[in-house]
Design a protein around this ligand. Structure first.
Ligand code: F58
Length: 834
């Protein structure tokens, strides 16, 4: 593998270790029982696990809110500069276990509930996941706000209070069925409604041009309707419990306001229909991953939460600084999590120019010192564009402002590249296609002072392929901040046995300073430690086997290699490459019953976007192949396949600690970073991966001996595509590939229904195999043989697993946040006194 060893960045925490818990067992017990009685109106004899869960949350929330009050007071009195993390998604998962860990109350709560005759494990299972996100981007936002609070940074997350988060996935006869997610049906004990901070947001209508007293042209937007934004605050408890920040999520509500002139064609009934529509704005999260919905409601969602959040920020700023805008950029920095909140740029311009009556240049200066933008993808289908017509209808004034921003920017481009119209049309915010489109990526780069990609290679490609001219124009603007994950949730809380073992070896400060894990490396060859480490893994596998049994009815072999691929289903992530290899193993075993392989259980978890047919077909194919293999006594002692339904944060927490092998097999250049790769390696899984995203940096940290790298590199992919890639070449020249693909077209896996899995084959042949599965197949298969050999050497494998845990220090989200703080946000920690 072409990797080099680099020094792990130092972990970054300024926070102190958690103190002694604020409550002892007796006090916590009393608080839980008090809430059972006084908040829930039940008692110890009648209460079910759900009631115990709510009572425990309420008891913990008392301490959380105390921390919140102190934090807000500190931030207010110190008039702190703060980062405002704008994200359409926050994939928080469950909060009770997390909050108890961060308050150092987990053990106490366990003991308290045990004495009450209640199992904490069962109580924790009562909590619905807060699944207000699709995947990596949403979970990254959740890890980042955890780190911000832990590092005592003044920060607030802003997003949407979706009534329904990401759909619940059921598998019926092998196929994905989507069901609504109702995470709040029985109340959410963490959120606090703040009616005193309701905001109003305008939509539709028209713009009037007026002449002010000074002869200045003034624009007035006469909106067609106004919706209310109701804020719900979720406290975000830092590790150690000192700083408690807030995640503020906006719920839409009808304001009852209608401009009857605008809606003069409608009558009372039509107007009431519009009223109902106001409430649909925050109804549901769009379940897209890496494709743009392009739907009007989605644009309205984006504008809705940005406009509410900006008003909220400005209200808070004015409370301290009145109408003096000169200090705004000292106090406020806004991070745009992808282009979803990019409409905040013209919105701030509108507020400054139309409302505060600042001149354009002054306003633009403020704006471009306020925003920074993170790019999460290079896939063209995921780059947001809005029809100008749609913007004009929903946000007429914003479209005018975007045109003005673009007009002035084009003059800059003309200065740099005189007469070069090709560059102009490439950099323009407006795409002059058959339908005029507004490119939100270009708007974000132009309106921000810093733009970052999320892993070294991704940021390099952002500079080289996506925005090369912007990089020439502003050489300092484009940069990299490699993603990270919070070790509190993704090791300490989800893998208590491994955490305890690590504590014993190196002390308990690693959750705040993950680079300390390198101290484990000296034990990588130590037989006793290897035994202890692998015993933890084995116990975690037994626990996952139990979950698999409960969810699917299947009994898996816990002596087998647990080989896990968990992520959204997408062609570029290549779950179907994994499937092809499984089929190859199956075939080899049938052709040669003594085919020598260590038993392996392949485990998948993945949701497909409901409209992404091929992704759903791949899920179906995995399930049908699994059914066949698991019921085939000729092979099922060596090979098993599991598809766990409804993959989500809480299920990830059960799967990751049990993984031996981590599948990170995207086509090189396609996965911006990946974060599941970090979680799995941190828990001692060995990666089989391509040189893509953060895999490259993981390989640098763990070293070539502790990872299985395969496949084409970014350059080789480009070269192959340039020469003209033909999957047929592989199909006709490789007998194994041909046999497997042809197999998919028979009725072997779908008795009586030949062709039921044919779409997977066709995508790889006539479909052109856009993600080069066939080109990488042999290399992947060879890497898997190396995995097999390595696993059989118990000592070697234990060492590899330990080295993975030991070398993951770089990937704490504390380090990512430190990078943002130092190189983008320029923040200082605010120590909250207890
Ligand atoms: C992911 N993007 C990247 N988008 O794919 C992954 O490589 C990266 O590690 C992660 O961001 C964090 O940087 C991602 O999750 C979405 O889910 C969008 C949701 C809205 C529609 C477009 C995709």
């Amino acid at each position: 593998a072409k990797t080099k060893k680099s020094k792990a960045s130092q972990a970054a925490s300024t926070a102190a270790a958690p103190e002694t818990p604020k409550l002892d067992k007796g006090e916590l017990k009393a608080a839980i029982v008090r809430h059972l009685h006084c908040t829930l109106g039940t008692d110890e004899n009648k209460a079910n696990n759900h009631a115990w869960w709510k009572a425990t949350c309420a008891a913990i929330q008392e301490l959380v809110l105390e921390g919140l009050r102190k934090t807000q007071k500190s931030h207010y009195f110190n008039d702190t500069r703060a980062v405002h993390y704008f994200s359409a998604e926050f994939l928080m998962g469950r909060l009770l276990s997390n909050n108890m860990h961060n308050l150092n109350l987990f053990e106490t709560a366990n003991d308290a509930l045990t004495e009450l005759g209640i199992s904490l494990t069962d109580v924790l299972e009562e909590e619905p996941d807060m699944a207000l996100g699709n995947g990596g981007l949403g979970r990254l936002a959740a890890c980042f706000i955890d780190s911000l609070a832990t590092m005592e940074m003044p920060a607030i997350g802003y997003g949407i209070h979706y009534e329904h988060g990401l759909f619940r996935q059921e598998i019926k006869n092998g196929a994905q069925i989507e069901r609504p997610d109702s995470w709040r049906d029985y109340g959410n004990p963490w959120e606090i409604c703040r009616p005193e901070s309701i905001q109003e947001v305008s939509l539709y209508g028209y713009v009037e041009t007026k002449y002010g007293d000074n002869g200045r042209i003034q624009k007035e937007w006469h909106p067609g309707s106004i919706v209310k934004g109701v804020p719900w605050d979720i406290p975000v408890v830092g590790y150690g419990g000192k700083t408690v920040n807030v995640l503020r999520l906006w719920q839409s509500q009808s304001s009852g306001y209608f401009n009857w002139d605008v809606f003069n064609a409608g009558g009372y009934v039509d107007a009431q229909v519009e009223n109902v529509q106001a409430e649909t704005i925050s109804k549901v999260l769009y379940p897209n991953d890496e494709t743009e919905a392009g739907k009007e409601l989605r644009l309205i969602q984006q504008y809705f939460f940005c406009a509410c959040s900006l008003k909220d920020i400005i209200r808070r700023y004015k409370r301290a600084h009145g109408d003096d805008w000169s200090r705004f950029t000292d106090q406020v920095v806004i991070q745009l999590n992808d282009t979803h909140p990019a409409i905040a740029i013209p919105e701030l311009m509108r507020i400054l120019v139309d409302r505060a009556e600042l001149d354009w240049d002054k306003a633009w200066q403020i704006c471009t010192k306020t925003f920074a933008y993170t790019n999460h993808t290079l896939l063209p289908e995921a780059l947001e564009k809005w029809p100008a017509r749609m913007l004009e209808k929903i946000l007429p004034r914003h479209l005018e402002i975007i045109y003005e921003i673009n007009h002035r920017f084009m003059a800059e481009v003309e200065k740099k590249w005189p007469g070069d119209n090709a560059i102009k049309s490439k950099l323009s915010i407006i795409e002059e296609s058959s339908e005029k489109m507004v490119r939100m990526g270009n708007l974000s780069v132009i309106g921000s002072f810093r733009v970052n990609g999320v892993a070294e290679i991704h940021s390099m490609l952002v500079k080289k392929n996506l925005f090369p001219e912007f990089d020439q124009l502003w050489p300092e603007k484009l940069t990299n901040v490699t993603n990270g994950i919070t070790p509190r949730r993704w090791l300490k809380a989800c893998n208590p046995a491994l955490s305890a073992l690590i504590d014993k070896k190196i002390g308990d400060q690693w959750p705040l300073n993950l680079s300390q894990l390198t101290e484990l490396a000296v034990y990588a060859d130590n037989k006793t430690f290897q035994k202890q480490f692998m015993k933890v893994k084995q116990d975690n596998k037994v626990a996952l086997a139990q979950t698999i049994k409960e969810l699917t009815g299947l009994t898996v072999n816990t002596d087998a290699i647990f080989d896990i691929q968990i992520k959204r289903l997408h062609e570029y992530k290549r779950q179907h490459l994994n499937l092809l290899h499984i089929l190859a193993l199956y075939r080899r075993l049938l052709e040669n019953p003594s085919y020598d392989m260590h038993p392996r259980v392949f485990i998948f978890g993945a949701k497909a976007a409901p409209g992404y047919t091929l992704a759903k077909d791949i899920i179906f194919a995995i399930n049908k192949v699994a059914e066949k293999i698991n019921n085939d006594p000729r092979v099922n002692t060596k090979l098993q396949v599991v598809f766990l339904p409804n993959y989500r944060v809480s299920l990830a927490e059960k799967m990751i600690p049990a993984a031996d092998v981590s599948e990170q097999i995207s086509t090189a250049g396609k996965e911006a970073s990946g974060t599941g790769n970090m979680k799995l390696a941190l828990n001692g899984a060995v990666t089989v991966g391509t040189l893509d995203g953060a895999n490259i940096e993981i390989a640098e940290e763990v070293g070539d001996d502790n990872i299985f790298i395969f496949g084409l590199t970014v350059d080789e992919v480009a070269e192959l595509k340039r020469k003209g890639y033909s999957p047929d070449d592989y199909y006709y020249k490789n007998a194994e590939i041909k046999a497997i693909l042809d197999w998919l077209e028979t009725d072997y896996f779908t008795p009586g229904k030949p062709g039921a899995l044919a779409s997977v084959k066709h995508s790889l042949l006539s479909g052109g195999d856009p993600y080069l599965c066939l080109a990488d197949f042999d290399s992947y298969s060879a890497a898997q043989e190396q995995v097999d050999a390595a696993y059989r050497d118990k000592t070697r494998w234990a060492k590899m697993a330990i080295m993975n845990t030991a070398m993951m220090g770089k990937f704490t989200s504390d380090r990512s946040i430190k990078d943002y703080v130092d190189r983008v946000w320029n923040l200082t920690a605010c120590i909250v006194e207890n």
